[in-house]
Design a protein around this ligand. Sequence first.
Ligand code: C5P
Length: 233
Amino acid sequence: MEKLYEGKAKIVYRTEDPDKYLIYFKDEATAFDATKRSHVEGKGIINNTISSILFQLLWEKGIKNHYIQKVSDREMLVWRAERFDVEVVVRNVAAGSITKRLGIPEGTVFPSPVVEFFYKNDQLRDPLICEDHILLLNLLPKEDIGKVKEMALEVNRVLSLFFEEHGIRLVDFKLEFGRLPDGSVGVIDEISPDTCRLWDMRTGEKLDKDRFRFDLGDLIEGYRRVLEKLHRG
Ligand code: C5P
């Protein structure tokens, strides 16, 4: 199959159907603009599984996304999408970059979710941008900015409740959006412990990529625990 794009953690292939792509989840872990990297055996399998569960849940809740089906351990069939070069972060609890940028102590619970936009641009190291910047850079049509923000908040409501039911607090996460073949806006990319901060609600333990970023413990061990909790129900 023709490789369309290779990123840090995934490869996207064309399929015989021009409207469908195949995503392959790799075992590479990267952090801090890929200045820290490592091979983590089995990560791709877990991220494909968790992403598949979460994208299916979004469909069940009526939230459009690119997911069609999980076709193997490491592969997911998705709808073709024209990616918007915007990363949308939703935060429920202070952690990561907002603690440094705004001087808010980690663990501060926000009265309502905070939505941030970042320009997806490696050279510029994904800077924080505002809605006017999105228009200025033509990253999204004006009428879709509000739509994307509303969808991100709806995803947050659905995922927060789901994780909470499984003993996990959804601290924050990043979403990407694109235009699907039918012209609608949908969630694309992946939703996994690589792209979410997930804390064990009982112990407070971090089960996500911060384990790798800050050497907090075995990465795959945390990811496995997320999957076990989701399966246990
Ligand atoms: O680093 P920061 O605190 O801004 O990250 C917020 C959330 O977005 C975290 O869950 C992080 O894993 C995710 N993120 C991501 N990809 C990026 C930047 C952040 O998945 N390029």
